[in-house]
Design a protein around this ligand. Structure first.
Ligand SMILES: Cc1cc2nc3c(=O)[nH]c(=O)nc-3n(C[C@H](O)[C@H](O)[C@H](O)COP(=O)(O)OP(=O)(O)OC[C@H]3O[C@@H](n4cnc5c(N)ncnc54)[C@H](O)[C@@H]3O)c2cc1C
Ligand code: FES
Length: 333
């Protein structure tokens, strides 16, 4: 007879669920079998989307990318449930409400490509028309599946919620499967998109914000800033935006950001460029600037971009006294 092990899943709305998991089974698969869809993306320890906190007991974690889960986080009980196997009783806390896990994944939505424009070096703006209004939180992402391919990749919306058009900024990765599809795609092509996902969304709280973006990691922040601008009645906290790019030619949406800066009180924008000539900007990484910004001790930090940038940002935030566990991260793996 297979031994089963009690596992308690705790959600941020206070709801808990207890599962009996056969010894050695994968945690996410066992939760799915019990009717709970835990948040995942890559399902093999490469993206950090599933990140959760082990509160008691232990789990066996299989191979994962250490840039997504550094040893210092693992030592404090942070786990990647997609690569966790259950071998002893444990309790795991998830940073989202139980309702997110209990809702069944809706059927994919068909979408038509309405624009593909190269807007900066190696960066394409993709616009999709959906037959219905898409509701999401600014900062969330969808999975896009081009029809006739096996490819499914995640991309963050840059537009405001509640429209039937979605806008994405996508870095072209040489040899990448989605990048190759996008390179040949044309207006009128069809894709299927998942429902919006993710816990990296704008928190409505009265504390200063720091947004740090690397490359196309600016996309979710564009959505957040646009949403804030569309809601002038609500007083927004001070927001510092730091944008990093390889060269000035890799920067996107600069004119619009300047408009947002002038129209939104309390928004400051800093640029960091690694190489090449151009308008004044910090020479180096966006995360270099964190220690120089004189941030308030209660600043909520949001980091989005390549995993090494996100890790550098977490360390920089920690070095000025901002707790790692309060930093919100989206890693574009
Ligand atoms: C939550 C989330 C949101 C995201 N949002 C965005 C976004 O808004 N914008 C954005 O630009 N990206 C975003 N990403 C990243 C995006 O999902 C993709 O990972 C990225 O676009 C690369 O996809 P691809 O299919 O082109 O490359 P992949 O096929 O996944 O390739 C990735 C790497 O593998 C290499 N490779 C591929 N095939 C081979 C091969 N046969 N041999 C050797 N090497 C190979 C490629 O050269 C490349 O370096 C997001 C990721 C996540 C997890
Ligand atoms: S879903 Fe677990 S690390 Fe990607």
């Amino acid at each position: 007879m297979t031994t089963t092990i009690p596992v308690t899943l705790l959600f941020s709305d206070g709801v808990s669920r207890r599962l009996q998991v056969p010894c050695g089974h994968n945690l996410v698969e066992s939760a799915t079998a019990a009717g709970l869809n835990l948040l995942t993306d890559c399902s093999n320890g490469q993206c950090g989307t599933c990140t959760a906190q082990l509160v008691s007991g232990e789990v066996d974690m299989q191979e994962y990318d250490p840039s997504v889960l550094p040893d210092e986080d693992r030592d404090t009980g942070v786990v990647l449930p997609c690569v966790c196997h259950v071998s002893a009783p444990c309790a795991i806390e998830f940073p989202y409400d139980s309702t997110e896990a209990l809702t069944e994944e809706p059927a994919p939505m068909p979408a038509e490509v309405t624009a593909i424009d190269q807007v900066a070096s190696e960066i394409v703006r993709l616009e999709l028309a959906i037959g219905e209004t898409v509701v999401f939180e600014p900062g969330q992402y969808v999975r896009i599946h081009p029809r006739g391919t096996e490819v499914v990749r995640s991309y963050s919306m840059a537009n405001v919620p509640g429209t039937d058009r979605l806008e994405f900024y996508i870095r072209i990765v040489p040899g990448g499967a989605f990048s190759s599809w996008l390179d040949a795609a044309k207006v009128g092509d069809m894709v299927d998109i998942s429902a919006p996902h993710g816990t990296f969304f704008l928190r409505h709280e009265n504390r200063p914000r720091l947004f740090v973006a690397g490359g196309t990691g600016l996309a979710p922040f564009l959505s957040m800033l646009r949403a804030v601008a569309a809601d002038p009645a609500t007083q927004q906290p001070r927001t510092t935006v730091v944008i990093g790019a390889r060269t000035h030619g890799h920067l996107i949406a600069m004119d619009e950001l300047e408009q947002l800066r002038t129209s939104l009180p309390g928004v400051a924008i800093h640029l960091a460029v690694e190489q090449g000539d151009g308008p004044p900007a910090h020479r180096g990484y966006p995360t270099d600037l964190i220690a120089q910004l004189h941030l308030d001790a209660d600043t909520r930090v949001y980091l989005c971009g390549p995993p090494p940038m996100v890790e550098a940002g977490r360390s920089a935030a920690e070095s000025i006294g901002l707790p790692r566990k309060e930093v919100l991260c989206e890693r574009f793996t």
